[in-house]
Every structure is written in C-alpha cells, then in structure tokens.
Design a binder for this molecule. Structure first.
Ligand code: ABF
Length: 222
C-alpha cells in the first residue's frame, strides 16, 4: 500500500469516533484532509466542526460542513488530527504543517484526541522530526538562542526566501537534533521561554487513541 492509501485507511477508520449530533474538532495536514473527505460523506450526522487552520476550514466548507468559531463552543467529544511523530504513550510532535497552535487550542477543548497516522510516524523516542516552535516574530533570535541552549539546532522555517508566517501572524523555528526522552518536561521548558507561542510537543495532553495505518491493516493504540 502507498503512504496515501495508509492515510486513507486510518481516515476511514476514524469515522467510528465521530459522535452523532455533536461538533467535532478537525486537524490539519494530508491525513486530516482524507478524514475531512470521509466526514463529508456523513455530514448530516454531525452539527458541524471546529477547524484547526484556515486551510481545514476551507476544506470543511467545500464539503458543506458548518464551521463553528471555537469561542462559540464549550466542549466537544472528539478532536481528530494527524501527527509528525507519535510514541507508544501517545505523546506527539506536531506542527510540520505550521498549524500547531490552533491544533493545540482546539484539542484542549475536546474530551478525546484521536490521532490518525501512517505507521511510519510511530517512534520509540521523539525528536528525529525537527520540533516546531511558533514564536512572536520580534523574539525569533532570542528564542532561537535559548532553544540552542537546550541542546537542539534551531532553524527559522523559510519558504520562497521568506520566513513562513502562520495563521496567527507568527514565525516557526524548527529544532533539529533533539532526542526527547521526557516530552512533557521539554514541552513545559520550551513553553516557559518568553516569546514562544506554542511548541509542537503534545505530551501534557497527548493522543488518547492512535489509529495507525500499516500494511497489515489499521492498528489501534490506546
Ligand atoms: C498536522 O499535520 C500536523 O500537526 C502535522 O504536522 C501534520 C501531519 O501531516 P500529514 O498528515 O500530512 O502527514 O496534523
């Protein structure tokens, strides 16, 4: 199976977690996009969705799914999203798509996080995938120095010769070379650096369920 077929398989399997009559939180990325396409087929069963990015909101609307502002939603039963890396305990690195802050905010309102990913995302130790950190633009140099002091190699994310700007008007610093054996501690330490908006470690509130696409079928970790 191709990587896209594995992503499609987990996206289909995730429909089982959609709660009828409720609002669902929806993530960002290629796996989440496959999920949105599946959600479109059962859109009459849900009240609507909260999106973790402008791109996701647009895709949801293109399927005729109502998109709610998070400020109008107190709680939702489930948030479904992909990951760049996940370990067996459900701690993740996210943010390769630069949507980490809104993803973390929407996930914080949901009762359950269902991660959908192809099997290559499961790792023993997080950190091979560079850790994304969203920062206030004026703080990027000072934050980069402090991230370097934690042992990583910080790089400002650049596209077409310019810093990538997130949906929140901020920059992304990717930290290479970390071996993250204590994800919750590193998540806290990075959040404590002034100028950091969010970091891509989802360990304090990780995935409750992970659906992994493998050549032997969809495996569930919980
Ligand atoms: C989002 O999409 C991100 O947090 C993560 O960076 C990415 C995973 O991408 P894909 O589903 O395209 O592999 O969930």
């Amino acid at each position: 199976m191709t990587q896209d077929e594995l992503k499609q398989a987990v996206a289909k399997a995730a429909i089982e977690y959609v709660v009828d009559g409720e609002i669902i939180g929806v993530g960002t990325g290629s796996t989440a996009n496959f999920f949105i396409d599946e959600l479109g087929k059962i859109k009459d069963r849900i009240k609507g969705a909260v999106a973790s990015s402008e791109a996701t909101a647009e895709r949801l609307r293109s399927h005729g799914i109502k998109v709610f502002d998070l400020n109008d939603v107190d709680t939702m039963p489930v948030y479904i999203d992909g990951a760049d890396e996940i370990n067996a305990a459900g701690a993740m690195i996210k943010g390769g798509g630069a949507a980490l802050t809104r993803e973390k905010i929407v996930a914080s309102v949901a009762q359950k996080f269902v991660c959908i990913a192809d099997g290559s995302k499961l790792v023993d130790v997080l950190g091979k995938f560079p850790l994304p950190v969203e920062v206030i633009p004026m703080s990027q140099a000072v934050v980069a120095r402090k991230l370097g002091a934690l042992g990583g190699e910080p790089r400002l994310r650049i596209k077409d010769g310019k810093p990538v700007v997130t949906d929140n008007g901020c920059y992304i610093i990717d930290v290479l070379g970390l071996s993250i054996t204590e994800p919750a501690d590193i998540e806290d330490k990075i959040n404590n650096i002034v100028g950091v908006v969010t970091n891509g470690l989802f360990a304090r509130q990780g995935a409750n369920v992970c659906l992994l696409g493998t050549s032997e079928g969809v495996k569930k970790l919980e």
